[in-house]
Design a protein around this ligand. Structure first.
Ligand code: SAH
Ligand code: F3S
Length: 483
């Protein structure tokens, strides 16, 4: 689906831009669409929907080469300043392409568009369409409007900007997701109402809105029928899901997980990103009752210091997090844990940082997305005094990353001799007798097998550790197809 073939379970670093992967063609009469995606998995999900939409409505096909595209779309991220700066530097490059080809259409969507629509218009007037995360479904109409006024003199053209928040209407207008492979993402809620003091998401994506239960279940059942075996439920605050049921009631996240697990064909369940506050006992119980739930959890905590958590307005203490993880590990001792960390939050002292480092060691994280705090205009934390030198923050971050990397290496090494449940995803490019799949903990596992097994789950004994993310094994048991 993207240039990255291996997507870990958890928010992806904003610096890792991806280009939505094209279906190839050499026919020059076919119109081509290039999408650059910045930021999180929600943005990746949205980019795929944009490609599906413009493919269905206008026959556009994806290209990985911006130079041959008829339309360029940038799906932007504003979570950190660096990500946002990138938008304008990239747009500068796209301007040069437009100078060469005045028919080229340029669109900017995502969180920077949502927050900075006016600024984009001012700084990059050659951008033709500006849309937000909640209005991307209106892209086909926007494109029609754009095409209708191409011939008009500049002064008569209306600027095509739509960065409103029309509730959850978006999902009613998106085409059925196209299925490639055995894994699929399903967005179940949008936005966030937690208002952590550092974060722009509630302002760029709006407050939490959940998709109705029946829509979510129908989408997943459709995906399962098309061969999907692993579902990742997506949302900025996914365990805050409260979807309306057909009878007018409310379905909670743990209830949703139980219903999804009943859908024939769904052999594995992941979700991201969850918040510790709503990581309830009912959710923990699902790990006991539902074998489809992976022993891998991305539960962002942001800091290991109660003072910092308070200033971040996370509304819980470290002990709350520790207790929840202890309960979870009682049920699943092999639980792999990952988190987001913000290092160098305004006011973070040496002692606060030492607490975070100790907390990371105690909780034994397998992975993290950790960044130095970035001041975001309009967020409450942007007014806090921040006296820690940037260099100190960078050194602290390096320490965190070193500890977690070491723990990750140890976790991979510990797989040796263990039995892993693997979703077999493909045959190796190099050898038709070698199969490649993913374990619960997202490591790639290769072993000798038959191409006809692709799409099924297998128990694999790990016999050799190749790299941090890549191990060899031998087949112990091939599960019957779960459909
Ligand atoms: N819903 C998720 C977070 C989504 S934003 C949660 O519950 O935590 C993804 C990550 O970006 C956050 O977890 C945080 O670690 C990081 N982030 C958000 N704002 C940031 C900022 N101003 N500076 C640095 N990192 C930030
Ligand atoms: Fe951001 Fe906090 Fe929500 S990090 S996405 S406001 S849970």
């Amino acid at each position: 689906m993207t240039v990255q073939t291996f997507i870990p379970n958890g928010a992806k670093a904003a610096s890792e831009n991806t280009v939505t992967q094209p279906t190839h063609t050499t026919d020059v009469s076919i119109k081509k669409l290039y999408i650059e995606t910045q930021g999180c998995q929600m943005n990746e999900y949205d980019s795929h929907r944009m490609a599906d939409l413009l493919g269905d409505s206008h026959g556009y096909i994806l290209t990985s080469n911006p130079n041959e595209a008829d339309i360029l779309l940038m799906n932007t991220c504003s979570i950190r300043e660096k990500a946002q700066e990138k938008v304008f530097s990239e747009l500068g490059r796209w301007r040069k392409l437009k100078d060469k080809n005045p028919d080229l259409v340029i669109g900017v969507g995502g969180c920077v568009a949502s927050q900075e629509g006016d600024n984009i218009q001012k700084r990059a007037p050659y951008v033709d369409m500006i849309f937000g995360p909640q209005t991307l479904h209106r892209l086909p109409q926007m494109l029609d409007q754009h095409n209708a006024q191409v011939e008009k003199p500049k002064k008569d053209k209306i600027k095509l900007v739509d960065i409103s928040f029309p509730d959850i209407e978006k999902f009613d207008f998106l085409p059925e997701p196209r299925v490639e492979g055995f894994k699929a993402f399903v967005s179940i809620m949008e936005g966030c109402s937690k208002y952590c003091s550092f974060c722009v998401v509630p302002y760029t994506r709006g407050e939490e809105v959940s998709r109705p239960l029946d829509d979510v279940l129908a989408e997943i059942a459709g995906l399962a029928e098309k061969g999907v075996r692993e579902i990742s439920l997506l949302g900025q605050n996914v365990n805050g899901y409260r979807g309306e049921t057909f009878e007018g009631g409310i379905c909670t996240f743990p209830e949703l997980l139980r219903l999804v697990a009943e859908i024939p064909g769904i052999g594995r369940l992941r979700y991201t990103t969850s918040h510790p506050l709503e990581f309830s006992d009912e959710l923990i119980q699902c790990y006991e009752d539902l074998p489809q739930m992976v022993s891998h959890l991305h539960l962002p905590v942001q800091s290991g210091s109660n003072d910092v958590l308070k200033a971040m307005k996370r509304n819980h203490t470290i002990d709350v997090y520790i207790d929840k993880i202890a309960k979870l590990r009682k049920i699943r001792p092999d639980m792999h844990l990952s988190s987001d960390f913000i290092i160098g939050f305004p006011g973070e002292t040496d002692e606060n940082f030492a607490e975070t480092l100790q907390f990371i060691k105690d909780l034994d994280f397998d992975h993290s997305y950790s960044f130095v705090y970035s001041k975001r205009p309009g967020t409450p934390a942007s007014d806090l005094p921040d006296t820690t030198p940037e260099q100190v923050k960078k050194e602290r971050l390096a320490q965190v990353q070193k500890v977690i990397k070491q723990s990750s290496i140890e976790k991979t090494d510990a797989m040796l001799g263990k039995i892993e449940r693997v979703l077999i995803e493909k045959v190796s490019d190099q050898d038709p007798n070698i199969l490649i799949g993913t374990a619960d903990n997202t490591r790639l596992v290769t072993f000798v097998g038959d191409a006809s097994w692709v799409g099924r789950f297998a128990e694999i004994e790990i016999t050799e550790i190749k790299t941090l993310n890549f191990v060899y094994g031998e087949l112990l048991n091939l599960e019957p197809d779960v459909a």
